[in-house]
Write a protein that binds this ligand. Structure first.
Ligand code: NAD
Length: 308
């Protein structure tokens, strides 16, 4: 689908990935953002886009927002991989269901969706899209896998087309969650010691948000199956310990690291290593420009420069 001259609805478009994607899409398309954004996020909103402040858990406003669009990019969710409230898991699924129903009612046939490579669980890495059976080990991952299933079923039953993105961790300016963010908050409370969940050897793949939104656009333009499932990630990984060291360096502190366990597991549902295989996306003409370490450093710098 050529991303030029289309009417695009971006759910969660006021969030971290969404705000960067809206900046890109609004150059050549008419973009509307559907988000129940908090007031402090308004300053990062793109002036070219329209905004509707709605709760996507409510069906009626979703149906109204989806009218007359060519493509829905659905990014809104509780994005915390460690979420433990089953209501949040159900919330992620309900939003996706409401959007699919609204698309069906309004004959909107194209959807892009933000899934996560965390749904692979403890799979061998790098993990290809064809890996299975998938056995997610967190409520967040379960919500993403359930959403993928709904999207696939709607595409096959109602002649829709979808692009499902299984992102690695995404980093860069405007990020407000994840290990780097948590480490900075902890160090602002106690500059001499930094608690690291697990033994710090957990490995994470960090995709820069600029590479991420470029990948989303490239894949939508070049992949043409009814259901396109594509990993997006960096070409390498970084350990949680190294992320902690970078945060300490960038905050110009001398804090000691304190590990909470002798195993590579920070919380129930944590995975030891997480790295999606990105061959499919590369075959579609995309390539990430930054390494995991460059992305983490850029994330930390932008967070440290911001006041607490
Ligand atoms: P974010 O929290 O910055 O953005 C999510 C946005 O969704 C927010 O602006 C929020 O206001 C909105 N939203 C949430 N619930 C809503 C509701 N009920 N009604 C209306 N708006 C609502 O998160 P992000 O990091 O930009 O993540 C975007 C998507 O990508 C999410 O689906 C997330 O699960 C997925 N993802 C993110 C990462 C990552 O590392 N950031 C990795 C894999 C997948």
């Amino acid at each position: 689908m050529k991303l030029d001259g289309n009417r695009i609805l971006v759910t969660g478009g006021a969030g971290f990935i969404g705000s960067h994607l809206v900046d890109l899409l609004a150059e050549k398309n008419s973009v509307t953002v559907a988000d129940n954004l908090s007031p402090d996020r308004r300053k990062t909103l793109n002036k070219k886009a329209n905004y509707v402040n709605i709760d996507l858990l409510n069906k009626n406003p979703v149906s109204e927002a989806v009218k007359n669009v060519d493509l829905v990019v659905h990014l809104a969710a509780n994005p915390l991989a460690s979420l433990t409230a089953s209501s949040e898991m159900i919330g992620n699924i309900t939003m996706t269901y409401n959007i699919l129903e609204a698309m069906k009612e309004n004959n909107v046939n194209n959807m892009a969706f933000a899934s996560s490579a965390i749904i692979y669980g403890n799979a061998p890495v790098p993990t290809k899209e064809s890996y299975g059976p998938l056995k997610p080990n967190s409520l967040y991952a379960a919500s993403k896998l359930a959403c993928e299933a709904l999207i696939s079923a709607y595409c096959h039953t109602f002649n829709m087309k979808s692009w499902v993105f299984r992102f690695a961790n995404v980093g860069g300016p405007r990020l407000r969650h994840g290990p780097a963010h948590d480490f900075i908050t902890k160090l602002r409370n106690n500059p001499s010691e930094l608690e690291v969940l697990g033994d710090g050897s957990q490995e994470r793949c960090y995709l820069h948000v600029a590479d991420c939104v470029d990948g989303i656009a490239r894949v939508i333009e070049n992949a043409d199956s009814p259901v396109n499932i594509i990993n997006l990630g960096a070409e390498d990984v970084i350990t949680i310990k190294r992320i902690a060291e970078i945060v300490i360096e960038e905050m110009k502190l001398k804090a000691k690291l304190k590990f909470t366990a002798k195993e590579p597991k920070g919380w129930k549902g944590d995975v030891k290593i997480f790295q999606p295989d990105i061959t499919l996306a590369k075959n579609l003409g995309w390539k990430p420009k930054r390494s995991s370490e460059e992305t983490v450093r850029d994330t930390v710098r932008s967070l440290v420069l911001k006041s607490p």
